[in-house]
Structure formats: structure tokens, C-alpha cells
Design a protein around this ligand. Structure first.
Ligand SMILES: Nc1ncnc2c1ncn2[C@@H]1O[C@H](COP(=O)(O)OP(=O)(O)OP(=O)(O)O)[C@@H](O)[C@H]1O
Length: 321
């Protein structure tokens, strides 16, 4: 188990992390999400041992991780870290870049493992290509293969798919996160990508200005967001005055995702369409309702200026208010 206990950190006198607590079981996948600059990368660097915390302790099982003030070479043998800037050796091939993390003692075993890793990150076709000729996304895939070459017990990933095109990203993400589960590798991933934090995380931690403001299963955080900040990390969300639905309300607001708003001719909530955005499987409609701007999803495009009656289920209003 990874136990991060009350970590605080400042760059010179700029406080960046405040009393962070994080626990991850063996094989657990934890996503750290939050706005840019909230301290996600800094937290990973501290866990890995690149930065020394001002206060607090980190343990892997019963072993205290002492950090850069005690280790000449950062990191521990059971832990790997893939940063946003991956440093491959430019003048050697992809397979050599991966192979340099494997033992030369059994050449047959090394070859087989390199092949496996190339397949996992879908880079087999580039095995003989020099690293300097790769695109950013291809380099990122090689860096991921390097990190898992020796089967770490825990892996720290900083925006692991940020340079990878959508075409490959979904498959690669499934392959890797399944691989971690199958091999019981603990994974801590700092991410802006909802698919990482919603679809694959066992637990999501929400960071704001260096503090954990909420944590829980992705379903719980998504269904019962504590506030607008939490909900907005998962995508578009409306913060609507409760007075739209309940005349007795006292300035309270309610969070509603666009797909939770429907059209119902019997509803008294009459809105005017302002614009529409094609999203592939649906349209995101921008509308105004009593001078409030809101977004809702609809299967078909509706023309600007048209009036529609919108509805939100009473159960949802009760749950979120
Ligand atoms: N080497 C540094 N020296 C001084 N300040 C730094 C340094 N690195 C990061 N910071 C500051 O610390 C804060 C946290 O940065 P960090 O990179 O951890 O955020 P992040 O949540 O990972 O951001 P992003 O999502 O944009 O990668 C930011 O305000 C950043 O400007």
C-alpha cells in the first residue's frame, strides 16, 4: 500500500501542496484531477522522490520513502514515473530504448519482453526506428513501455496520453490500464482527461490550489458533485438558480449536466435556442431561460431563435438541491 501522509510543499515561498493525504492499495488505480497549476505534477514528483516535502511522510508498505535528501539517484526500484517530458535516447532505436531497461542476462527473454511491450503500446511497426524520428505521441508510447518494462509495483503517470491522437488513445488506455490491473500494479495518474478519471479510476482525488477538496469513486463524485468546480472537471455543467423550479428557494443553485435536461412540451420552462454545436452523437444546444444561459444535449439540431420547453426530473432536483 502507498500511504502519503500530510504532505506539504512550497517552491521557495510559494505554497503549492497543503497537507495532502493519499492511500492506494496494491493494484488500485487512482486519478488526480484538478485545474492547471493545482499541484498534480508536484505531488507525483514528491511521491517519486524528485522533490522533498516540507512536511509529511510517504510509505510503500512498511518502508518509508526518504526522498531526494537521502537518495543520490531519485526513485525506488519498485516505482516508475512517466513525466510530461519523456527523455528517450534519440540516436538509438525504439526497441533499444525499451531494451535498455531490461536485463541482458537472458537475451531470448529480453527479446520476447521487448516484443510484448511494443505490442502493448502499439509501436511494433517502429521497432527499428531511431527515437529522434518519432512524433511526440510515439515518444510518449515508448516512454510508457520503458516504465513498465521491469514490472514496477507502482507507476506514476503525468498526463500519460496527452500527446496521443484519439484514434489510438482509447485502445492504448484500455490496454495499459488492463495490464496494470492484471499485474496488480498500483497506478497514480495525474490527468485532465475524463476517460482516465471516470472510466478507469477506482478512486478520484480532486485537487484545488494544493488541497484535496473531494475524493471518492468516480460515480459518486460525478453523481453528487460537491460544487461547480468538482462537476466542471468532468465536462460541461450548468449551475442553475433553484428558483427556476421552486419559487420558495432562497438564492440556492443546482448543478445539472447537459444530458440531464430534456424537452417536454408539458413543461413550463420555456427557453430560447441561442446556438448549437455538433458533437457527433448529439448536439450541444445553448439556450436562455429567464435570462439564465444553459446548455443541454439533444439528438437533433434545433434552429436558433426557436422556443423549446425544457424539463429536469424532480428526483434529480431533489438529489442535487
Ligand atoms: N520549478 C518550479 N518553480 C516554481 N514554481 C513552480 C515550479 N514548478 C511548478 N511551479 C508552480 O507550482 C504550481 C503547481 O504546479 P504543477 O506543475 O504541480 O501543477 P499541475 O496541476 O500539474 O498543472 P498542469 O495541469 O498544468 O500540469 C503552479 O502554480 C506552478 O506554476
Amino acid at each position: 500500500m502507498l500511504a502519503v501522509k500530510n504532505i506539504s510543499f512550497a517552491y521557495e515561498n510559494k505554497k503549492v501542496l497543503k497537507r495532502i493525504k493519499l492511500f492506494a492499495d496494491q493494484g488500485e488505480n487512482i486519478a488526480i484531477v484538478g485545474e492547471s497549476g493545482c499541484g498534480k505534477s508536484t505531488l507525483l514528483k514528491i511521491i517519486y522522490g524528485l522533490l522533498a516535502p516540507e512536511n509529511g511522510e510517504i510509505y510503500w508498505n512498511d518502508q518509508r520513502l526518504l526522498g531526494p535528501d537521502y537518495n543520490l539517484v531519485p526513485g525506488e526500484s519498485f516505482m516508475k514515473y512517466v513525466a510530461q517530458d519523456f527523455d528517450l535516447m534519440p540516436s538509438i532505436t525504439v526497441e533499444e530504448n525499451i531494451g535498455k531497461f531490461l536485463s541482458n542476462f537472458y537475451p531470448g527473454k529480453k527479446k520476447k519482453r521487448t516484443r510484448e511491450l511494443l505490442q502493448l503500446v502499439e509501436m511494433t511497426a517502429f521497432a527499428k526506428t531511431k527515437a529522434r524520428l518519432l512524433s511526440g505521441g510515439q515518444m510518449q508510447r515508448v516512454a510508457l513501455a520503458q516504465a513498465i518494462a521491469k514490472e514496477p509495483e507502482i507507476i506514476l503517470l503525468d498526463e500519460p496520453f496527452s500527446n496521443i491522437d484519439n484514434f489510438r488513445k482509447n485502445n492504448l488506455r484500455r490496454n495499459l490500464f488492463n495490464y496494470f490491473k492484471q499485474n496488480n500494479i498500483t497506478c497514480i495518474v495525474a490527468t485532465h482527461d475524463n476517460a482516465d478519471s471516470l472510466s478507469f479510476a477506482d478512486k478520484t482525488l480532486i485537487l484545488k490550489e494544493g488541497k484535496i477538496v473531494d475524493q471518492g469513486s468516480p460515480e459518486t463524485l460525478y453523481e453528487n458533485p460537491k460544487n461547480y468546480y468538482v462537476a466542471s472537471l468532468f465536462g460541461e455543467v450548468n449551475e442553475l438558480p433553484l428558483s427556476l423550479f421552486d419559487s420558495n428557494s432562497n438564492g440556492e443553485t443546482i448543478l445539472v449536466y447537459p444530458h440531464e435536461i430534456g424537452i417536454d412540451k408539458k413543461s413550463r420552462l420555456k427557453a430560447t435556442i441561442e446556438s448549437s454545436f455538433f458533437k457527433g452523437s448529439s448536439y450541444m444546444m445553448k439556450a436562455t431561460l429567464d435570462e439564465v444561459t444553459l446548455y443541454f444535449e439533444h439528438q437533433h439540431k434545433i434552429e436558433n431563435g426557436e422556443k423549446v420547453c425544457l424539463s429536469i426530473s424532480e428526483d434529480l432536483i431533489e438529489k442535487r438541491s
